[in-house]
Design a binder for this molecule. Structure first.
Ligand code: SF4
Length: 477
């Protein structure tokens, strides 16, 4: 019995940020290679700190859904998962036993050799007439001077495509390291140039910074010869640039992820049912078989199924509510509040009303996971005195990169931010010394523990320390 965990970045601001990871997880679920597929996020729930608690089996494969190696795949994800590994991940991955689970951590999907095929597919899409006589390919990466691994994969793909012989020239350029993409005309000689962004998704860089930096006007841009150009600085003839969509959104990425999952699957040993997880959900289903009040919802048995709805809609006629019949349908209802605003923390007391879900037992578990990620597992553990809390000081000490700044926050600053952010949350802050005697397992709907400050709170504390809190969209998405 094996679990697959897909790790995405997620966002505190953008409800669509995790859409691709959810979609790939669905595909892998349909493929049936693993007995379950769950998602975990850096900026959403379940967080990287929680996600291993949400898996059902003791053999767990973790794939980072990132386009390149770098800070997240080598530092943040291993640290937050508790892998005890930092730095480059070897080709065979990293395997550790964590809390009784064997966890296999793979390279990110973007380093898979089949990514070269995806780049080629994007190039053909952007310029179907491309040929090896007069077409140059530019593979454009983000790059960073802080981690040379993040550019290595761009160079490797370029090398593979060079060997393939489909282009007269193959170049690599970057936004944040040399060679900078702004210098492309000094190096690219061909009259036709296909520019493929090696980026995970369409966004600020692909839609704004890249076109602005180079002067692209659309999918096809003709750069006229510059008669005043310094000799040798750029061609004294026109060049046409065909700008493709980013590689990370190509449908063939699903195949790359499948391949990665299949490779990892082959390496896996046989796992068992994870006892703590199993016991938590068995106890929950038993409560739901009578009537369960959990957070803002009520769950009750209806004709061999379970019905889930907002507790404030308890007396409402079914006809007056939208009925959904899948866990994903529940996921849709809970992502936004009634004003259409994104809910990055699922236990904030702003769950939208006006819907009901009718689900079988298996789908109820997944729906509750989407509604309140990791809440059943963590609350059950707390109920049995087995939930370890992480005090603020330890959370702050663990932060690196732009979040290391939170180590400077005074206790008063943390408390002020927490009063603001956590004031609207159902959870009780055990990490701040609050005490929770009763949980929904003992009949108190809002009895949900918070074992560790969430990433939204960490981001808000950072803004407070930087003196930027309250200045619009200050929280890092
Ligand atoms: Fe809720 Fe605060 Fe815990 Fe975040 S830190 S989950 S807002 S109680």
């Amino acid at each position: 019995m094996r679990s697959l965990v897909l790790i995405g970045h997620g966002s505190h601001l953008n409800p669509e940020s995790a859409a691709a990871v959810y979609a790939y997880a669905d595909l892998l679920r349909q493929r049936g290679l693993f007995d379950e597929v769950v998602e975990g996020y850096w900026k959403e729930e379940p967080s990287l700190r929680q996600v291993l608690r949400t898996v059902s089996y003791t053999d767990v494969t973790v794939i980072p859904m990132f386009i390149s190696e770098g800070y997240f795949t080598e530092t943040v994800i291993p640290r937050e998962l508790g892998l005890g590994h930092q730095g480059p991940v070897p080709p065979q991955g990293v395997a550790r036993v964590i809390g009784g689970r064997t966890v296999r951590y793979t390279l990110p999907y973007g380093v898979h050799p089949r990514m070269s095929e995806v780049i080629l597919a994007r190039a053909r899409e952007a310029y179907p007439e491309m040929n090896a006589e007069d077409t140059a390919l530019i593979v454009l990466g983000h790059g960073t001077t802080r981690n040379e691994n993040s550019s290595r994969i761009v160079h490797q793909n370029a090398e593979r495509l060079r060997e393939g012989g489909e282009f007269a020239e193959v170049h690599t350029f970057f936004l944040d390291q040399d060679p900078k993409v702004t210098t492309w005309r000094e190096q690219v000689k061909a009259t036709n140039v296909v520019l493929v962004p090696f980026f995970a998704s369409e966004g600020w860089h692909t839609l704004e910074t890249i076109p602005e930096d180079i002067g692209l006007t659309g999918e096809v841009t003709v750069f006229a010869a510059d008669p005043e150009a310094e000799p040798g600085s750029q061609p004294d003839y026109a060049q046409t640039v065909y700008y493709s969509k980013p590689v990370g959104t190509h449908p063939a990425i699903a195949e790359v992820i499948m391949q990665l999952a299949e490779d990892a699957h082959g390496a896996s040993a046989q796992g068992d049912i994870e006892r703590g997880h199993h016991d938590a959900w068995s106890a929950l289903i038993q409560l739901a078989s009578d009537t369960l009040r959990l957070g803002e919802v009520i769950v009750r048995p209806v004709e061999g199924m379970f019905e889930l709805r907002h507790a404030l809609d308890e007396g409402k006629a079914n006809e007056g509510l939208r009925t959904v019949v899948t866990p994903e349908g529940v996921g849709e209802q809970v992502r936004l509040d009634e004003r259409g605003e994104y809910r990055p923390v699922h236990t904030l007391r702003n769950l939208a009303r006006g819907w009901r879900a009718v689900l079988c037992e298996r789908d109820l578990a997944r729906a509750l996971h989407l509604l309140y990620p990791a809440v059943v597992e963590e609350t059950y553990a707390h109920h049995h005195h087995a939930l370890r809390c992480t005090p603020w000081a330890a959370t702050a000490r663990r932060q690196t990169g732009i979040y290391a700044k939170v180590q400077k926050a005074t206790p008063q600053q943390v408390e002020a931010v927490a009063n603001d952010v956590c004031g609207g949350c159902l959870k009780t802050r055990l990490w701040a010394g609050e005490v929770l005697h009763q949980t929904f397992f003992s009949g108190v709907p809002g009895g949900i523990p918070c074992a560790e400050a969430c990433t939204l709170l960490v981001a808000e504390v950072r803004e407070e320390v930087s003196g930027k809190r309250g200045q619009g969209a200050a929280v890092h998405g």
